[in-house]
Ligand binder design. Structure first.
Ligand SMILES: Nc1ncnc2c1ncn2[C@@H]1O[C@H](COP(=O)(O)OP(=O)(O)O)[C@@H](O)[C@H]1O
Ligand SMILES: [Mg+2]
Length: 407
């Protein structure tokens, strides 16, 4: 909707009044009311579908050029049919007030959802890619939006974006008269909209969605912090190239169309998804950083290094190392035996057998140490297939460091 010279004094009709104006709808309530218009939620009785009715002040209806533009906009929008664009069902005028009836989007605006926050980069890629899909569809059908910003992107209950508020939309190639105010929202408007309004084309919308991309990633508009997004928030550097291309002050340096930008963002969204999963599920190093019991919990991730170890043990290099060690040990035994025989050194008698070091398997039959959590450790160790000497190292008897690592 326009920020035209009309004073922001619009008093929305009451729901009762609106019910009289739209007798085939059940008016459920006011959704939003600004200086430029009001949006109501209603149910279209005949089709049993929820709709949004946007109604504009009489002043707009009285303005002949506005009425013409409004009609052109509604007709252009009626040709659009895309999941990321709010569908238009009807438009007209009641008691001199222009209205538009459209698809109802239940999740509120992206502005409300993201205000002052940094959104997860993968979510940003998804939302902006889908918004670009919607924009590309509008552009292909000859419609420029001209006021892309988070407040004009609504989210459905699955957080899918839908572009709304085509109030400034114009057919591509049409230009305003000299006397008409230049519209748009500061910071989102491309420089050429202000400097060369007659040269404006679909790349002005690309500039605006580039600003939105920057803002969702960083929580700030480029005008507030012009550094690249990855520098501000540490996101993937591939976002930098996309923001830089979309928000280039020269239209010819931007993406040639919104479809290309959409494709790059969809690809980035997928790449980010794969990277996240790989880190979570496959990296044994991330496990090592986890404190306490979860580090020991049996599970598929903990088994991964064992599988790797087995695989490398079966490999040629490890096999030859093992053979070499065996030969070395055998040699040492032969030399020692020869020395004993030659020098007559008496081998000392072995001491009487000590009770076995308590292990997980045998722990229940031995006295438990005074270490808190011993029983838990024993139970955990019972789950772990480990070499015996390693069990000894981790036993509260065999190591003084082991109890410290207990949670
Ligand atoms: N189709 C819709 N479904 C649900 N809510 C809507 C719809 N259209 C607008 N709204 C609500 O009304 C607010 C203002 O709508 P908008 O079309 O942007 O008008 P304006 O910016 O001119 O006030 C939106 O932020 C949203 O909360
Ligand atoms: Mg708006």
């Amino acid at each position: 909707m326009t920020e035209a010279s009309h004073a922001p004094t619009f008093e929305a009709p009451t729901p009762e009044h609106l019910a009289e104006l739209f007798p085939s709808y059940d008016i459920e309530g006011l959704v939003a009311c600004g200086g430029m218009g009001a949006v109501f939620r209603a149910v279209q009785r005949a089709l049993d579908r929820t709709v949004a009715i946007k109604i504009l002040p009489k002043e707009f209806g009285a303005d002949a050029s506005f009425r013409e533009a409004f009609q052109a906009e509604a007709r252009a929008m009626a040709k659009l049919n895309h999941p990321n664009l709010i569908g238009v069902y009807d438009f007209g005028e009641v008691e001199g007030m222009p209205f538009i009836i459209m698809e109802y989007v239940a999740g509120g605006s992206l502005y409300e959802a993201s205000y002052g926050r940094r959104i997860d980069p993968r979510e940003v890629a998804r939302i902006v890619a889908a918004t670009c899909d919607g924009l590309a569809h509008a552009h292909e059908h000859g419609v420029l939006h001209r006021d892309i910003k988070p407040a004009n992107i609504l989210l459905d209950l699955q957080a899918r974006p839908k572009i709304g508020d085509f109030g400034l939309a114009r057919p591509i190639g049409s230009h305003e008269g000299e006397e008409e105010t230049v519209f748009g929202t500061p910071h989102y408007t491309a420089p050429e909209v202000l400097n060369r309004p007659t040269a404006v084309d679909s790349r002005a919308d690309i500039f605006s969605i580039g600003v939105v991309l920057h803002e969702l990633l960083t929580g700030q508009k480029p005008a507030d912090d012009p550094r690249l997004p990855s520098v501000i928030c540490g996101c993937d550097i591939r976002f930098d190239a996309i923001v830089r291309s979309a928000t280039n002050p020269m239209p010819e340096m931007r993406y040639a169309n919104a479809g290309i930008m959409a494709r790059e963002l969809h690809q980035l969204e997928e790449a980010l998804g794969r990277a996240t999963k790989a880190v979570d599920l496959r990296s044994p190093t991330s496990l090592h950083r986890m404190p306490g019991p979860s580090n020991r919990a049996p599970g598929p991730v903990r088994r991964a290094p064992t599988a790797v170890a087995r695989a490398s043990y079966a490999g040629g290099k490890s096999g030859s190392k093992g053979l070499f060690t065996t030969i070395l040990l055998l040699g040492a035994v032969v030399v020692i035996a020869w020395l004993i025989l030659k020098t007559g050194i008496k081998v000392p008698q072995a001491p009487p057998q000590e009770p076995a070091v308590p292990t997980a398997e045998g722990g229940a039959s031995k006295p438990a140490p005074e270490t808190p959590g011993y029983g838990k450790r024993a139970a955990e160790q019972a789950d772990r297939p480990k070499p015996r000497q390693q069990q000894g190292e981790e036993s509260p008897f065999g190591s003084t460091t082991a109890p410290k690592s207990d949670p």
